[in-house]
Design a protein around this ligand. Structure first.
Ligand SMILES: Nc1nc2c(ncn2[C@@H]2O[C@H](COP(=O)(O)OP(=O)(O)O)[C@@H](O)[C@H]2O)c(=O)[nH]1
Ligand SMILES: [Mg+2]
Length: 230
């Protein structure tokens, strides 16, 4: 069934020439009214060339000349959002865009303002890097303790927001701190995060994974710091 609410799909991209075209095909095929805002964040591979071929009426491609980070790319994209709901989509193939259809439902039904996907509520399709798996669960536990949110996957890529809610959040960090920062700031506004299962097709570093274990440490620290400061 075609969903008639305008979804703004934000895709921060850094060096994803091997996946971005296939991902865009999948995103555009999801039966929901949407706009796609891609931010090529100073990629040094062929990402820009691939994106130049991708002309479609509901696809906007923006470029940072210098790499600034995932959160910086999301902030750039947010200035152009015109949909009622925003979802963050990574530029790789670790996720399943058809999940949008169930992830937007709690917002459409008025049950939630923010929905997170969780890679821990259904089995992954493939081998996860076990240290990242444990680290992610630990960070989720930390977010539960500090912010009293019932979440199992704080770092999941799929985060869905009512547009007015995400536009209200003042994001100060620029890189992979996006997840802990947005989790902390919306929690401090008293918003409850609704969580639903999402598909997950993990990739390896050889396949282009960019998050480092130190980003997990940063997430721990950002969650703690924002609990007590602004
Ligand atoms: N804009 C931007 N995106 C980045 C940067 N580094 C990684 N990304 C994107 O962030 C997403 C997540 O990266 P990934 O390494 O798969 O981490 P994970 O899926 O969160 O474990 C991918 O779409 C990357 O292209 C960056 O410096 N800038
Ligand atoms: Mg990824």
């Amino acid at each position: 069934m075609f969903v008639r609410v305008k979804l703004s799909v934000i895709i921060p991209v850094f060096n994803e020439a091997s996946t971005i075209a296939a991902l865009l095909q999948k995103v555009l095929a999801v039966p929901i009214e949407k706009e796609v805002i891609i931010v090529n964040d100073g990629s040094t591979d062929a990402t820009q060339m691939v994106l130049e071929k991708f002309v479609a009426p509901n696809v906007k491609v923006l470029h940072h000349t210098i790499n600034q980070g995932k959160a910086a790319a999301i902030k750039t994209a947010l200035q152009f959002v015109s949909g009622a709901i925003v979802i963050i989509q990574d530029g790789d193939l670790e996720t399943e865009p058809n999940d949008y259809l169930h992830l937007v439902q709690p917002i459409l039904e008025g049950k939630a303002e923010v929905v997170y996907g969780s890679r821990n509520l259904q089995p992954a399709q493939g081998e996860r890097i076990w240290t990242y798996d444990i680290g992610g669960r630990f960070i989720s536990w930390w977010a539960r303790i500090l912010y009293n949110q019932k979440i199992t996957d704080e770092a999941a890529c799929y985060k869905v927001f009512k547009t007015e809610v995400i536009k209200r959040v003042k994001l100060k960090y620029n890189r992979f701190e996006f997840c802990p920062e947005v989790t902390a700031r919306i929690s401090k506004q008293g918003i409850k995060i609704y969580e639903l299962p999402m598909h997950y097709y993990p990739r390896s570093f050889a396949e282009g994974k960019k998050m480092k274990w130190t980003d997990g440490l940063k997430a721990f620290w950002v969650l703690l710091k924002l609990k007590f400061t602004n």
